[in-house]
Write a protein that binds this ligand. Structure first.
Ligand code: HEC
Length: 284
């Protein structure tokens, strides 16, 4: 590297940028940082209950991407519970319906209790009332083909519900396998959305970070590509989890390392943008 270039680098590249560019970069990086935190909250909200217990854990990751073994009789945690607490919540005709179905699902989604409840508020009637207009096979909606709850708008098939309620009869003895919440088509959709978007801002933040003053140099060299590298394990883990228990650990570890390294990049870059350039190298 030529001496004057080296001096500029030593004194800081980012703080020498025009004020407008620094404001642009800072705003971009701060927005991405906030977006990352919100994305994390979204994951918590959508998948935190996947294993039937609140809070994000390794079991949630297993439930979403890999499926998992459930001890027969254990509290059902299910795709249906996750969905009624998120996207399907809006379709309940009342809070009482929601509470009744939720309580049925959290207590094992038992067949005996399917027709129990006060008056019209049994799990079966709630599903007829609130869900079959889309999930009844004869309605012909896309979701009815993919995830049907019964033959038409008036009849619920408990066995079909059981697949989503996590109470499908235990096959293979003591422990029943719960399939991954993400079907392959859903995973393809999810993968393409994430794989085309996340690397872009990871690259931009990483490039900005690569220009800051940061010692020791080896640590900077390590942190610069780290978030991007972890993405391989994260995305790979989603698919690996379907066939191996290792996948869930990949996802968890990659998520943790990404968060840490990306957080350091964001804070250090914003700090460097507004730290005055090095004294001795100030342009004369
Ligand atoms: C207005 C139409 C509509 C209504 C009403 C509706 N759903 Fe859905 N449901 C959908 C759609 C569309 C999806 C797919 C959502 C997605 O892929 O993100 C879905 C997905 C689901 C899934 C996940 C299926 C899978 O294969 O992963 C479950 C479980 C579910 N709904 C339960 C319910 C329950 C319980 C009700 C009644 C309270 C209900 N839905 C009411 C349209 C509806």
């Amino acid at each position: 590297m030529n001496e004057s270039v080296r001096q500029v680098f030593a004194g800081g590249v980012l703080p020498r940028l025009p004020l407008g560019v620094r404001a642009l970069l800072t705003t971009f990086i701060v927005l991405i940082g906030c977006g990352y935190v919100i994305a994390f909250l979204n994951i918590q909200e959508r998948h935190g209950m996947a294993d039937g217990k609140p809070g994000l854990s390794l079991d949630d990751i297993r439930a979403v991407f890999g499926g998992y073994k459930k001890t027969a009789g254990a509290a059902a945690s299910s795709r249906m519970l996750t969905m009624i607490r998120s996207e399907m919540r809006q379709y309940f005709s009342s809070d009482l319906d929601f509470a009744a179905l939720e309580s049925w699902l959290t207590t094992g989604a038992k067949q005996e209790a399917f027709d129990q409840g006060e008056g019209k508020r049994t799990p079966r009637k709630i599903i007829v009332r609130d869900c079959l207009r889309c999930h009844g096979q004869s309605t012909g909606t896309g979701i009815a083909k993919e995830s049907p709850f019964g033959p038409d708008e008036f009849e619920v098939d408990y066995d079909k519900i059981a697949l989503f309620a996590g109470s499908a009869p235990a096959t293979g003895g003591e422990r029943a396998a719960v399939p991954p919440q993400y079907t392959v088509p859903r995973l393809i959709l999810f993968s393409h959305q994430h794989m085309l978007a996340i690397p872009i801002f990871t690259l931009l933040v990483g490039l900005a970070f690569s220009l800051i003053r940061f010692t020791p140099a080896w640590l900077k060299g390590l942190i610069t590509p780290l978030p991007m590298l972890t993405l391989i394990f994260d995305f790979g883990g989603w698919w690996l989890a379907r066939v191996s228990g290792l996948g869930a650990y990949f996802i968890l570890a990659a998520g943790g390392v990404f968060g840490l390294a990306f957080g350091v990049q964001i804070v250090a870059t914003v700090f460097d943008l507004w730290r005055p350039p090095g004294d001795q190298e100030k342009p004369r």
